[in-house]
Design a protein around this ligand. Structure first.
Ligand SMILES: Nc1ncnc2c1ncn2[C@@H]1O[C@H](COP(=O)(O)OP(=O)(O)OP(=O)(O)O)[C@@H](O)[C@H]1O
Length: 247
């Protein structure tokens, strides 16, 4: 399998939790690839394996079997230290719960991945990101002094500061009001179109998925459908049929 055209890919991915009666197959022989400079949304009913898939392809959790590549680097076989380094330098994360460090200012939070890597910030790149998310006048504030939407914009800027191979966003708008959600989705879109980033987002919301180039639908740990150039209505229809099928 050639992987160079994809930012991230996986082959034969299985993830099993528990054993005996409690055994759950969260991922069932999944093959997937996420193209560079593409915005992909992952959807599916509750418990279909969305978070498990994201965690396995992001190197946050190890699959039971199968292979994952980020760029040309195969994750299986990396030591914990190599995986930590790869996540820090080549992957950006945005979670529903922002996960900012409360004692650091917005600026310090954004620059943290570079500090940890001992890399000097490229001021022009940092300025581009800070301006794109509209944070310039909030850089000296601490997270507690920022709204939820502003905190998520700091988290996004932090995810982008290393120019990662891929940004994984797990329900990034789940804790936000509709205006802040729209801003974050708009920004994720611009990351792809203007900064050439690759974004993979798990979401429950068809309106959020409609910002993506491609939507993957999971059911019972398998990819069962996909949609290119999605509309919110088109996504909703597919979700309805999946949820009906699951009843
Ligand atoms: N650590 C774990 N231990 C045991 N079972 C787990 C664990 N994590 C996930 N599962 C199970 O694996 C399956 C897939 O879970 P996952 O969280 O990936 O689904 P999801 O599609 O992200 O769900 P949701 O939309 O509700 O967040 C579910 O049946 C879940 O209960």
């Amino acid at each position: 399998m050639t992987t160079s055209a994809a930012a991230v890919s996986a082959a034969g991915l299985n993830k099993v939790f528990g054993s005996g009666d409690a055994r759950i197959t969260a991922l069932d022989d999944v093959d997937v690839s996420f193209g560079r400079e593409q915005f992909t949304a992952i959807m599916g009913p509750s418990g279909s394996g969305k978070s498990t898939l994201m965690h396995c392809v992001a190197g946050l959790d190890a699959p039971t079997s199968g292979q994952v590549w980020i760029g040309d680097t195969e994750l299986t076989g990396l030591t914990d230290a190599q995986l930590t380094e790869l996540r820090r330098d080549r992957v950006g994360f945005v979670f529903q719960a922002f996960n900012l460090l409360p004692t650091l200012t917005a600026r310090e939070n954004v620059l943290l991945p570079l500090d940890l890597a001992g890399r000097r910030p490229d001021q022009q790149h940092v300025d581009t990101i800070v301006d794109a998310v509209g944070l310039r006048d909030r850089l000296e504030h601490r997270p507690s002094q920022l709204s939820g939407g502003q905190q998520q914009r700091v988290a996004l800027a932090r995810a982008l500061v290393t120019s990662p191979d891929v940004v994984f966003a797990d329900e990034p708008t789940g804790a936000l009001d509709s205006k802040s959600s729209a801003d974050i989705l708009e920004f994720l879109r611009r990351c792809v179109d203007e900064l050439g980033q690759t974004v993979v987002m798990v979401t429950h919301e068809p309106t959020a998925a409609a910002h993506a180039d491609r939507v993957l639908f999971l059911s019972d740990g398998k990819i069962v459908d996909e949609l290119y150039g999605p509309s919110a209505d088109g996504v909703l229809d597919r979700m309805k049929s999946l949820e009906k099928g699951a009843v």
